[in-house]
Design a protein around this ligand. Sequence first.
Ligand SMILES: Cc1cn([C@H]2C[C@H](O)[C@@H](COP(=O)(O)OP(=O)(O)O[C@H]3O[C@@H](C)C(=O)[C@@H](O)[C@H]3O)O2)c(=O)[nH]c1=O
Length: 180
Amino acid sequence: MQVTKYPIEGIVEITPRIFADERGAFLETFSAKVFAEAGITETFVQDNLSVSKKGVLRGLHFQKPPFAQAKLVSVTAGKALDVAVDLRKGSPTYGQHVTCLLDAEKRNLFFIPVGFAHGFVALEEGTVFQYKCSNYYDKASEGGLLWNDPALNINWGIETPLVSEKDEILPVLEGFESPF
Ligand SMILES: Cc1cn([C@H]2C[C@H](O)[C@@H](COP(=O)(O)OP(=O)(O)O[C@H]3O[C@@H](C)C(=O)[C@@H](O)[C@H]3O)O2)c(=O)[nH]c1=O
């Protein structure tokens, strides 16, 4: 397992060791012990899965405290560009983001702590996005930021993604009061 730290504190990418043989392949997708060594100590209580057409963009989302969620995200079919925006008040990287290319062949995982807005764009047809969350879904706690807010300056690598109506009317960073 390879652990890669990112320039924003708390963000980690994990690339598991894949054991390939004549039958196919084997890998561990989660180990509380091994992941704790990489700094991921959250208890995950909900697993989610979404299937997206190529060009679908979901985000940027978070849940407000007390339902805030850390997320451990991965792709099990296809590819996705994953984005995490730092919304932690007082953070030296507030408003900045990191990206990670999630690839079903690499089976890499991306850890996003509480205090971030999260989103991704599916780069292949039928991209299966699977993730663990440290808190339960709570509709009333949902929040987000507009994916193409120029202040965020995110290069999604796509001009006209398919975005939900809910996500098209999310607020921009200017005037936004972070709940974190
Ligand atoms: C997120 C979520 C949605 N739902 C329902 C609500 C709605 O009817 C339907 C689709 O929800 P959404 O449109 O919000 O799904 P989606 O846009 O895929 O939302 C997800 O986006 C990514 C980027 C994240 O980071 C996730 O935390 C989550 O916010 O599924 C649940 O029942 N449980 C959940 O945990």
